[in-house]
Design a protein around this ligand. Structure first.
Ligand code: SF4
Length: 549
């Protein structure tokens, strides 16, 4: 049965916590979410919204100060990262460690970030709009004392984008003070929220995380860990969460294991007699490398791990559901230097490229990746096809903060600012371009034109996953089905639209073969098949374009 997914209810501003910019400066600055409030009414609206280079450029306002990464959102032809979470237990500089881990996870969300710390008695929480390095200066980190920390970096997939919904969220509950950060999307939160409100819950935000905290607060279970287990078992959808009280850290994954979450350890530099090791959790294991932490294991689907002064304990709060880990993490989201779902992402992408070459080889002179996420698959393709691999497109990594004139944006400057062709590598060549997805098709067409404009005689586009035909409801920001080019066109129709000489996608069987190993991990492939692992989807989102005419 298909039912309508909850869409979000506007919440009230949380005025209980200062934002990073307020802590950083004595000058009055405005909260984006307070712009309709009596917040510095003496300033004109434009001034209230933008401070160049600060954490307060709003994604809702057509401002030249809006980060470029957000301006690309307006292009609507790229999928956006979900969120990244981290947790640190027992480290003398826990906030700094959380900062480093979030820095490594910045690719999972560039819209807002936050860190909460606990020192055994108090729980501090600071969050802001923007990149991790912009928000957490040394001065701000100095205001986060304690040996425990959780952190979050966010690209909004539910709720609105304001600071109001940035995480961690800190809530005083019947079970004590709790801070929580969450990656993924719940699909039954409408029902849960309505029931909680009937029971007297008052929501401060529109984020999924607050639903989880309210469920814990309203649970009749006697202990906190029982209340967490009770609450998580009522949730449907994707969630990898980290949670902190004044003296404990919790980490948990949903029973299907949609999103990754790994556990690691930093050995006490003064030896075991000097105290316990530091236990860390992160969405991706690449964060452990920056912390010099060793990877221990993944948090299991349906598992809660608790870390306290007494050590690490684990509890399986749910079991029996088939694993549905997001295969798109291997295709695109996760960093290739991460190990997720028990497997190196680099290895998966290499296999995808090799399989793609076996399935849809074509006579050509050179293999060129669309950087950055197409690089590893292109290396595999080139090796398998015995063709030279060349960086024929160069990505400008600094474009994210570039000032762009509004007229330039109108003229679709985005792709040309981000990518530039290397003319001498492409001129006169038959080029195989490797990319990881085609969403609306407009960006792919610009790239094909760019390569041809640099002198390529043929452009063959190869995609390292199957056609994206259905939206995601589990934390990946995909457009509606009516806007997905592959949901409404044949491969030949897409080829004509993007103006390539040939186009081929990796088969579903080929993709699953590429990410499989002896562990026999179960994967969600709903965006390629339309077969959702959960019952709840949004009926409007899955209508094809023809049905809307
Ligand atoms: S629908 Fe696609 S993007 Fe979403 S969880 Fe499933 S595989 Fe991942």
């Amino acid at each position: 049965m298909i039912r309508r997914l909850y869409q979000g209810i506007p919440g009230a501003p949380d005025r209980s916590e200062p934002c990073a910019a307020e802590l950083r400066t004595a000058a009055p600055v405005c909260h984006p979410e307070r712009q309709d409030q009596a917040c510095h009414p003496e300033r004109p609206r434009a001034q209230r919204w933008g401070v160049e280079g600060s954490a307060f450029a709003s994604p809702f306002v057509p401002s030249p100060f809006v980060p470029q990464s957000l301006q690309f959102i307006a292009d609507g032809d790229e999928l956006h990262e979900e969120c990244g979470v981290v947790a640190i237990h027992k480290h003398p500089a826990a906030a700094h460690q959380a900062y480093l881990a979030l820095y490594a996870l910045q690719h999972r969300g560039q819209e807002s970030a936050g860190i909460a710390t606990a020192d055994g008695a108090h729980l501090a929480n600071i969050k802001g709009m923007g990149l991790v390095s912009e928000i957490f200066t040394d001065d701000v980190l100095a205001k986060l004392p304690g040996q425990m920390a959780i952190g979050h970096t966010r690209y909004s997939t539910t709720g609105d984008s304001a600071l109001l919904n940035a995480q961690p969220i800190r809530v005083e509950s019947t079970k004590g003070l709790i801070a929580i950060a969450h990656n993924g999307n719940l699909v039954n939160l409408g029902n849960l929220r309505a029931r909680l409100e009937r029971d007297g819950a008052y929501f401060q935000t529109t984020s999924d995380s607050e639903i989880i905290v309210q469920l814990i607060a309203h649970s009749s279970a006697a202990t906190l860990v029982d209340a967490i287990a009770d609450s998580l078992s009522q949730l449907e959808g994707a969630f990898s969460i980290v949670m902190m009280t004044r003296d404990r850290i919790f980490a948990a994954r949903d029973p299907r294991g949609f999103r990754p979450l790994s556990m690691g350890r930093m050995k006490n530099p003064n030896g075991p007699s000097a105290g316990p090791d530091t236990i860390v959790f992160a969405s991706e294991s690449c964060a452990f490398d920056l912390l010099r932490a060793e990877f221990l294991r993944d948090v299991l689907p349906g598992e809660i791990v608790m870390v306290s002064e007494d050590g690490v304990t684990s509890r399986q709060y749910a079991s029996g559901l088939p694993q549905s880990s997001c295969v798109f993490e291997h295709v695109y989201f996760a960093r290739p230097d991460s190990r997720i779902f028990g497997r190196w992402v680099q290895e998966s992408r290499d296999q995808m490229g090799r399989q793609l070459a076996r399935e849809s080889g074509v006579a050509a002179d050179v293999v060129v990746p669309v950087p950055d996420s197409g690089v590893t698959a292109a290396l595999g393709y080139a090796e398998e096809a015995r063709l030279p691999f060349r960086f024929g497109l160069i990505r400008n990594h600094y474009v994210g903060r570039t000032f762009i004139e509004p007229e330039q944006r109108v003229r679709d400057f985005g792709v040309r600012l981000k990518l530039n062709p290397v003319h001498n590598l492409l001129a006169g060549k038959r080029v195989i371009l490797i990319d990881d997805s085609i969403i609306r098709g407009t960006t792919s067409r610009k790239i094909v034109r760019m390569v041809r404009g640099a002198g390529a005689t043929e452009v063959h586009l190869r995609i390292s996953c199957p056609p994206t035909i259905s939206p995601c409801f589990y934390g990946v920001d995909t457009p509606s089905k009516r806007d997905l080019i592959a949901a409404n066109n044949s491969v030949e129709g897409i080829r004509q639209f993007i103006e390539a000489d040939s186009l081929a996608y990796l088969s579903l069987e080929g993709l699953l073969k590429s990410v499989q190993d002896e562990k026999k991990t179960g994967y969600c492939t709903a965006c390629y098949t339309g077969n959702y692992p959960t019952q709840w989807v949004d009926v409007e989102e899955i209508l094809p374009a023809a049905a809307t005419l």
